[in-house]
Ligand binder design. Structure first.
Ligand SMILES: [Mn+2]
Length: 325
C-alpha cells in the first residue's frame, strides 16, 4: 500500500502544469486588490541598438518555468505561500511611437504602485527602466539604484543636454537628468565596457559608484554586499538586473552580450547577501532575447534570478514591513 504523502510536502511534489503559463508559475490575476507583489511583462524592444527580440522575453520566460524555481532554500521561502504574489499580465503597448509607449509604461507602473503592490517587471529592453523610474519618482521622489549590468547605460551623455535621445543604452543618464534617480545613491555592478574618460566626466556631474567586473571578481560576496548596502542606505531603491551581467556562458540569449561576466551562483549569492533588510520598492529583469538562447540556458538563468529577486522582496516584506498574516 502507498504511504500517504505528508501534508506539508505535497506542494513540492507536483510538477507545475504546463497548460497555463505565468511567471514562476504564479496565479495570473489582473485585479491588484490585496496583492503584495505584482509581476508584469513589458514586451518592448523598440529602443534596441544591437540584436532585437527582447520584446518576446516575457512570453519566453513564462513558458520555461521548471520545478524548483519557487523554493528559495537559503531564505527558507516558498514563493506565494505567505504573501499574495501574482503575474498580472503584460503591459498594453503599441507598435512604433517610442515616447508614447514610455507614457503607457509609466501609467501602468503607476497603477501597480497605487494599488499598494511592489512591481517586479520583466522586459523588454533596458530602455523600459526609464519610464518605470518616472512612475517611482511620482510616489517616492528621487530613487536609489542597484544596477547589475555589463554596461553602464549612461551613454550619449554628451548629446543629451541638447538633444533628447532614448535608447536601451542610456536609461540612467536620462533618469538622472530628469531627477528620477539620485546618483549619490546609485551603484552599477559588473561593468566591463565603457570609456574611462567619458564615464568619469559623467560621474563628476551626477555621482554614482561603479563596481566594475574586475573589482567584483576580486572581492568576496560579503564585501560586494557591503558596498551595495552602504551606497543605497535606507532610501527607496530599485533593483534593475540586465541579464548580460551574467557571462554569455550563462546568458547567451541577450541583445548585447559581453564576456568576462558572472555565473548564476555569483548573482544569486550577491542578491541574497545584499538585499535583505534594504528598502527595495521594486525590481526589473531585462534584456532576455529568446532567439539566441540555445538549450534554454538564458531562460533557466533568468527564471532563477527572477525567483531570487521576488524571494528577497517577499522576505523583506515579511520581516520588516508588517506583512499580512
Ligand atoms: Mn547591458
Amino acid at each position: 500500500m502507498l504511504e500517504k504523502l505528508p501534508e506539508t510536502n505535497i506542494r513540492d511534489r507536483f510538477n507545475p502544469p504546463n497548460t497555463l503559463e505565468s511567471f514562476l508559475h504564479l496565479d495570473y490575476c489582473e485585479d491588484l486588490t490585496g496583492v503584495d507583489i505584482a509581476l508584469a511583462g513589458v514586451p518592448f524592444d523598440l529602443a534596441t541598438s544591437n540584436r532585437p527580440g527582447t520584446k518576446l522575453g516575457p512570453k519566453y520566460l513564462r513558458s520555461k518555468v521548471y520545478k524548483g524555481v519557487q523554493v528559495d532554500e537559503v531564505l527558507d521561502f516558498v514563493i506565494g505561500d505567505k504573501l499574495r504574489i501574482v503575474d498580472t499580465g503584460d503591459f498594453k503597448l503599441m507598435g512604433g511611437y517610442l515616447l508614447d509607449n514610455f507614457s503607457l509604461i509609466t501609467e501602468q507602473m503607476k497603477k501597480i504602485l497605487d494599488a499598494g503592490a511592489t512591481p517586479v517587471i520583466v522586459g523588454g529592453d533596458h530602455s523600459i527602466t526609464f519610464p518605470e523610474l518616472a512612475a517611482y519618482y511620482q510616489v517616492y521622489g528621487p530613487m536609489a539604484l542597484i544596477h547589475f549590468d555589463s554596461h553602464l547605460d549612461t551613454g550619449m551623455y554628451q548629446l543629451s543636454p541638447t538633444k533628447e535621445i532614448y535608447t536601451h543604452g542610456n536609461p540612467f543618464s536620462n533618469a538622472m537628468r530628469k531627477g528620477y534617480l539620485d546618483g549619490n545613491h546609485t551603484i552599477q555592478i559588473g561593468i566591463r565596457t565603457g570609456s574611462p574618460s567619458r564615464d568619469d566626466e559623467f560621474t563628476k556631474v551626477y555621482g554614482r559608484e561603479i563596481l566594475s567586473a574586475r573589482e567584483l571578481h576580486a572581492i568576496s560576496y560579503e564585501e560586494a554586499a557591503k558596498r551595495i548596502r552602504d551606497k543605497v542606505g535606507n532610501m527607496p531603491t530599485l533593483v534593475t538586473f540586465d541579464i548580460d551581467f551574467l557571462d554569455p556562458a550563462y546568458a547567451p540569449g541577450t541583445g548585447t552580450p559581453v564576456t568576462g561576466g558572472f555565473s548564476c551562483y555569483d548573482a544569486m549569492m550577491i542578491l541574497e547577501t545584499a538585499l535583505p533588510g534594504l528598502n527595495i520598492v521594486g525590481a526589473d529583469l531585462v534584456e532576455v532575447e529568446p532567439f539566441f538562447d540555445p538549450c534554454e540556458i538564458t531562460a533557466i538563468s533568468a527564471n532563477h534570478i527572477l525567483a531570487k529577486l521576488v524571494s528577497c522582496i517577499a522576505y523583506n516584506k515579511l520581516n520588516n514591513q508588517g506583512a499580512k498574516q
